[in-house]
Design a protein around this ligand. Structure first.
Ligand SMILES: C[S@@+](CC[C@H](N)C(=O)[O-])C[C@H]1O[C@@H](n2cnc3c(N)ncnc32)[C@H](O)[C@@H]1O
Length: 412
């Protein structure tokens, strides 16, 4: 019998409307550095690989790296074109992510005469998304409704790329007609807009000398409400190759430092080391807004030379995907006020207001491994005592303020 006298715990963040930003996630209580604010499971996952992928090393359902050929199984219909890490994963996939229609659609889209094979990988991956989304409409109408409720309705159905994708799918592999949501160019356009603004990239394992790419994209219903800040106060972790039975594609968002109640919790949609002009360009092109965060207010006045100083040139991770990163200790205040902001002091953050007030942030919260550019957040606090161990959300490295720990050691 359950004890009804214990109230359920209050979630650490709640949704709120913020003028000029739409929906946002705001803290409901003071939070400690490292505290988990959200664990979210995807309603939709799809591969980031080209349609013809002879080098597939990930499970087509859970996207774990396939380590053991002994327990690996293939699809009963398309055979080795879709591999699963074990029979259980395949069994779940056949009634959810890899139904007979998905299997047929992907098989036809990769046939030799498919017009998609001559298109760029991005276009092929968008086709994978549309197939996954129209399949969701049939296997889980509720989750499809949730997808439709996310931000994004601006892509015109007359857009050439959208029309092309829609016409290919409609001629080669029209979705089953028992979805209540129908199938149309305008719905395809709306779905592509949802994907562009909300999909998170689950990355391939970090390797210092190799450009890191996305293994799969996922749409996460609650994490989609995190807005962007160029110095974020939370960052996102995933553990796709975790051996846990369930939830390996969940994303976990932790705050980077202490936060007061009522504070908006933001991620960075790409690595924080990007220059002002590059950040503004990507936010405008990919997300449709001009960023007016405290860091951008400062850097907007920098000369080209100043822009190049202090920040790395590393490129981001996936596309509309989000990468994660850090936080802004500074909030509503002016540049000068930042140096005296009491919250800044509470958080133990820097007051180096020398034209580059966020230098301390980079020192404290940006991974210093070559070519990583990940964000560091403390491990979750134990009994409200913050951990001194920092975890990088890109390479997984654990370190304390003095001594880096074993780079392979990961927190699961
Ligand atoms: C993943 S959604 C975030 C949740 C969204 N605000 C909503 O209402 O559903 C991304 C969209 O949020 C808005 N957004 C995110 N960060 C913003 C910011 N710093 N300033 C203005 N708008 C922002 C943009 O419209 C962007 O395309």
């Amino acid at each position: 019998m359950s004890d009804t006298s214990i109230p359920p715990p209050v979630p650490p963040v709640k949704m709120a409307e913020i003028e000029g930003k739409g929906r946002a996630l705001v803290t409901t209580q003071p939070l400690r550095a490292g505290q988990i604010v959200l664990r979210d499971s995807p309603i939709l996952l799809y591969s980031a690989a080209p349609l013809l992928n002879h080098d597939n090393k990930y499970c087509s359902h859970c996207f774990r790296t396939i380590l053991s050929p002994v327990v690996m199984v293939s699809c009963p219909w398309c055979s080795s074109a879709s591999l699963f890490c074990n029979p259980e994963c395949r069994s779940v996939a056949l009634s959810s992510s890899h139904t007979q229609w998905v299997c047929q659609a992907l098989s036809r889209l990769r046939e030799a005469n498919s017009p998609l094979l001559h298109r760029q990988q991005d276009c092929q991956v968008q086709a994978r998304f549309l197939v996954a989304a129209y399949n969701l409409a049939v296997v889980s109408p509720l989750n499809f409704q949730t997808l439709l409720s996310l931000q994004g309705d601006s892509i015109s159905s007359q857009d050439d790329a959208t029309l092309f994708l829609h016409s290919v799918i409609s001629s080669i592999c029209p979705p089953p007609n028992h979805s209540q949501f129908g199938f149309s160019a305008s719905l395809s356009a709306v779905l592509l807009a949802k994907d562009k603004l909300n999909a998170f990239g689950l990355m391939e394992p970090f390797a210092q000398h190799k450009e890191r790419s996305v293994r799969a994209y996922g749409v996460y219903p609650r994490a989609s409400f995190f807005n962007h800040d160029c110095l974020p106060n939370a960052c996102r972790f995933d553990y796709v190759d975790s051996v846990a039975d369930h939830g390996n594609t969940d994303i976990i968002v932790r705050v980077i430092h202490d936060l007061p109640e009522g504070r908006e919790t933001c991620l960075s949609y790409f690595p924080v080391n990007l220059k002002y002009s590059e950040r503004q360009r990507r936010l405008k092109e990919d997300y449709g807004f001009a960023c007016d965060c405290d860091r951008c207010k400062v850097e907007a006045n920098w000369s080209d030379e100043e822009e190049g100083e202090g920040e790395g040139e590393g490129e981001g991770e996936g596309e509309g995907e989000e990468e994660e990163e850090e936080e802004a200790p500074m909030d509503e205040d002016s540049d000068e006020d930042m140096a005296h902001d009491s919250e800044t002091e509470d958080c133990g953050l820097a007051k180096e207001d020398n034209g580059f007030p966020h230098a301390y942030f980079f020192l404290q919260y940006m991974c210093n491994r070559d070519n990583c550019w990940g964000t560091l957040a403390p491990l979750p606090p134990a009994d409200s005592v913050p951990s001194t161990v920092m975890e990088c959300n890109v390479c997984g490295n654990l370190s304390n303020s003095e001594q880096p720990m074993d780079g392979n050691e990961q927190f699961h």
